[in-house]
Structure formats: C-alpha cells, structure tokens
Design a protein around this ligand. Structure first.
Ligand code: 3PY
Ligand code: MG
Length: 252
C-alpha cells in the first residue's frame, strides 16, 4: 500500500494530521473519518500505551487516513515494534543531532540501510504481502526539531540520508529557548525560529511539519511553508467544544 502522505509531501501539498492523545480506538476512528490525510497517535504525551496504540492503528486502517505514530523514546526496539504494528511513519521527539537522526533512520530501515529486524506482524496486513520489499521506501522517518541544539544542528539533521521530513514541536522549542510556552499567539522570537527552520528545510528540499495549538495558527504556519500540520489534539478539541457549549448554555 502506498503512503499517501509521502506522495503529498513530495508534491509540496499540504497534509493535515489528526492528533490522538486519548488512546481510544473509537476516537482515532472518528478523527480518521474527519477529512484528515493522516492520524498521528501520540505515545509521548498521549495518556495511553502500546496495546491501545495497536487498537488505534487498526481503527485508522479502516479508512484512507495514513497512520502515523509519535514514539516515546529513541529506542530502536520500541520504534521497530511500532512499525511492525503498522505505523506508516514515525515522528520521533527530541532529535538534537545528526547522529541521533542517523540512529532513527537505522531503527526504521531494513538492512543494509538500517538495523530494523524483519517481522512486520501487522505491517503486512496494512501494507500488503510485499511490505518487506517496499517498507523502506514507504515508511516516513520524521525527526522532531524542538530544542535550540536541534536548530543549531538543523542543516546536518536535514542532510541525513533517509530523513523524509522534520516536524517542529513549538512548545518544547519555545521552552528550551527560554521563551514562554506557545499559546494561540506566537511570540516574535519564536516566530523567527519557526520561520528559520522551515526556510532551511525548504532550502534542503526536506518537507517540514509542525504542531499547532489552533487551526488558525496552523494556517499561519502553512503560509510560512510548513506542509505537515497538526491542528491540535483530540482532547484540545473535545475540551474547546465542550467549553463553548457550556458557555452558550450558561448564558441562557
Ligand atoms: C511540542 O510542541 O513540543 C510538541 O511536541 C507538539 O506536540
Ligand atoms: Mg514536544
């Protein structure tokens, strides 16, 4: 099975990814049915674990949305396990150096490029019987840029063979740079950093993605050149919609 997100990014098209933090397969299924191109299951900050992630991957794979996972650690065995579970892309937090980016590529690619072990349990169910033959050209390797050190090493990270895209975590980046955590409005210093990252990525012909706290913020990032956009999490949307509903009723 082709990876539509890879195809869209190759054509410099926008990709919207849902962001699931609940670990509910039903929530993941609902998000996947909402017109998104992808659904990212967030094992780092989401309140769930691998068994729920596998159920979410099963739910997402009933739709055309591409299942992505944000892993929790750089551990190659954990990353290989998530790929075996059918993730079609790994968004890996806190990649600060080109060595770490190389290690991430090795964790996601079969020999001779990498050290991924062969045993793609659900991978073949989702990707097809020829999954082992095409996985290296299909699965997306996406290091996160979310520290000052990562920005300093950005050109080296972008130059790593096998890095398919980078994904910015503006909250951690802002915090690490000594700025306030991001809010609906982006501080000028953070905006400079975010624009710098996407400019360098575009110069290196590597697609850049970013997490946004609101859809409007996501639009702003898209105007700057970001192409893989998360417009908030499932829980942020559930809470915002509930708060709006409560506010309307309280006015009565
Ligand atoms: C960040 O903003 O730091 C993220 O990792 C987005 O979830
Ligand atoms: Mg982060």
């Amino acid at each position: 099975r082709r990876n539509r997100v890879r195809d869209l990014l190759a054509q410099d098209e926008q990709v919207v990814t849902g962001w699931v933090t609940t670990g509910s397969s039903y929530a993941a299924e609902v998000v996947a049915h909402s017109g998104v191109d992808a659904v990212t299951l967030d094992l780092q900050h989401g309140m769930f674990d691998v068994p729920q992630a596998i159920a979410c991957l099963q739910a997402v794979s009933t739709t055309s949305a591409v299942p992505l996972v944000r892993c929790r650690s750089h551990d190659a065995a954990d990353i290989g396990h998530l790929l075996d579970a059918g993730a079609y892309g790994i968004i890996c937090p806190n990649v600060d150096t080109d060595e770490q980016a190389q290690a991430l590529v090795r964790a996601c690619r079969y020999p001779p490029t990498g050290r991924r072990s062969l045993g793609p349990s659900r991978g073949v169910l989702y990707g097809g019987a020829d999954y082992p033959q095409h996985a290296d050209d299909t699965v997306l390797v996406i290091p996160m840029i979310e520290s000052v050190r990562a920005v300093e090493n950005l050109d080296a990270i972008l130059a790593v063979d096998g890095v398919d895209a980078v994904f910015v975590g503006p909250t951690d980046l802002s915090w690490d740079a000594g700025l306030p955590p991001t809010s609906a409005t982006v501080a000028d210093e953070l905006a400079d950093l975010l624009r710098h990252i996407v400019d360098r990525a575009r110069a290196a012909s590597v697609p850049a993605g970013i997490f946004s706290l609101t859809p409007d913020q996501g639009r702003q990032f898209a105007e700057w050149g970001y192409r893989l956009i998360a417009p908030g999490t499932d829980m942020m949307m559930l809470r915002a919609a509930t708060e709006r509903a409560v506010a309307v009723l309280r006015r009565v």
